[in-house]
Write a new protein. Structure first.
Length: 508
């Protein structure tokens, strides 16, 4: 599933015309006002390599036509020069679990979005917020070619790819949607006919909803993966239908023949067991739901995952994000002003904007009579066992096979403003470090690791000649301190540099 390029770089043609050899330094300003009017030179930088090593000496890097043309000690000529003395150049980060369709917590009907100034401002900032945090590539786990093409048409946004979902009728997540949306072609065309389940809802044109047909359609659209779901519900609603093991095994077989991985939504011990029985490629959530025996089973589950080669995305910020709705100091974080427009922050603080917090508070005893601090403490106490379970499983998998931990933030996991783009991914980084994941392993997971998972490592994920020039220039070494990801000075997207401050919501 890797891109194969047969194009000869135009720079080689130009050098041949002037009699230069490909390995000789470029002398003079060959490109100014010529073929390479958008060329960029980044000088005197320490380059962090794919295996998480820092170059022993400062190097120069030349970008032409959106790709890395050359790396070396020699001087290159370019239209634009960034002096990077003492700084660190790394690949743009990749978040392989996002949802791009909505503004978190701002439930504006589609037919009103064009006239909602608040929605328009927020939607315009979201792509910049991803870039502000360093994410130049994202993978949307439930989307369509039409939407992703529209997203990618924006002048300043991380490049997006998508997963094609398969739903069980009346199952998650379709069951949570209004009936008219469940029946809409955009959703119903993704329904999977589970011929092995007597509880499955009838699909009129069942022959068009087989694993083979759905996978073929996804491949034709350009999906990078297939997403299935094993979710019986939440709270009192835990009776949603789930796919049979047999149909998901058929789905995995069909997807693998098309060179597409299968990702499974699941966060419980039972969904993890389902993954092990069906041979999916990755679970896109940590294990936080279980019973009294689950914690004792975690070492055994981690060992089996490692043997089966099934990856996991911990996504622990999902749980932290929910509990942070009750944090009375949430909006005091300095980072927020850079990723959320001021008008949106004010709306989130309003009675109308606190709707989701009220829903969650309603599940807690005495919430109405407690101080905000007492409320927050109570909520954290309820979520702590879930977090401890998810952390332990993550640590165990990391001990077995570090490459099976995949970085994804699930931004946002629901209508929750505490999981805002940019902020959410940055928080997930902190959680990884707190769980004992090393800085080099975090770096690799967010760069070359995710590129490999998406079948894009020929194009992205590391700094190498001819790769796409998605780059970040940092003041600090990300292999020594996670706060280095707060020291981004320049975001280079397909060879075009943007000062990070220009991406801040406070600037726009």
């Amino acid at each position: 599933m890797k891109f194969k390029r047969l194009l000869i770089p135009l720079s080689l043609i130009v050098m041949a015309a002037v009699g230069a050899k490909a390995d000789e330094p470029i002398k003079g300003n060959l490109y100014k006002g010529s073929l390479y009017k958008d060329s960029l030179l980044i000088r005197n930088v320490y380059i962090v390599t794919a295996n998480a090593k820092v170059s022993k000496q400062p190097l120069n890097l030349l970008v032409e036509q959106g790709r890395i043309r050359a790396i070396g000690k020699q001087e290159f000529s370019a239209e634009r020069v960034i002096e990077g003395k003492g700084q660190y150049l790394i690949p743009g980060l990749i978040d392989s679990h996002v949802h791009l369709r909505d503004v978190p917590g701002l439930m504006v009907p589609e037919n009103e979005r064009a006239t909602s100034k608040l929605y328009q401002e927020a939607a315009a900032q979201i792509p910049k917020s991803y870039l502000y945090a360093g994410f130049t590539t994202v993978l949307d786990l439930i989307n369509t070619k039409e939407f992703i093409d529209q997203w990618n048409s924006q002048p300043l946004a991380p490049h997006a790819y998508f997963c094609s979902p398969v739903f069980i009728p009346q199952g998650y997540p379709a069951a949570l949607m209004p009936k008219e949306i469940q029946d809409a072609p955009e959703i119903s065309r993704h329904y999977l006919h589970d011929k092995h389940s007597h509880t499955a809802a009838t699909i009129v044109d069942a022959d068009e909803h087989t694993p083979l047909k759905l996978v073929a359609a996804a491949k034709k659209e350009g999906a990078r993966c297939i997403k299935a779901f094993y979710e019986k519900g939440f709270g009192a609603q835990r009776n949603l239908p789930v796919p049979s093991e047999a149909i998901v095994r058929e789905l995995v077989t069909a997807a693998h023949k098309q060179d597409l991985p299968v990702f499974l939504h699941g966060n419980s011990q039972w969904s993890y067991e389902f993954a092990l029985k069906t041979g999916v490629d990755m679970l896109v959530h940590g294990l936080w739901s279980g019973d009294a025996h689950t914690n004792k089973e975690l070492p055994h589950i981690a060992n089996r995952l490692a043997k089966a080669g099934i990856a996991i995305q911990p996504t622990v910020q999902v749980i932290y994000g929910e509990q942070e709705l009750s944090n009375p100091n949430f909006f005091q974080q300095p980072y927020l002003k850079h990723v959320m427009p001021a008008a949106l922050i004010n709306w989130y603080k309003s009675d109308e904007g606190q709707w989701m917090k009220r829903e969650i508070d309603g599940h807690f005893k005495d919430a109405a009579t407690q101080t905000p601090e007492q409320q927050y403490k109570q909520v954290k106490g309820v979520y702590e066992p879930l977090l401890e379970r998810a952390k332990l499983l993550t640590q165990l998998v990391n001990t077995h096979n570090k490459s099976l931990l995949v970085f994804g933030s699930d931004t946002p996991s629901g209508p929750i403003y505490t999981q805002f783009p940019g902020l959410n991914g940055r928080k997930e980084m902190d959680h990884w470090i707190a769980m004992g994941i090393s800085l080099p392993d975090l770096f690799k997971a967010m760069t070359v690791g995710n590129a490999k998972r998406m079948g894009l490592d020929d194009e992205l994920g590391s700094i190498a000649k001819n790769k796409v020039a998605n780059l970040l220039l940092l003041s600090k070494n990300p292999l020594e301190d996670v706060t280095a990801y707060d020291s981004i000075n320049w975001v280079i997207l397909k060879g075009k540099p943007t000062a990070r401050e220009e991406l801040s919501a406070a600037k726009n």
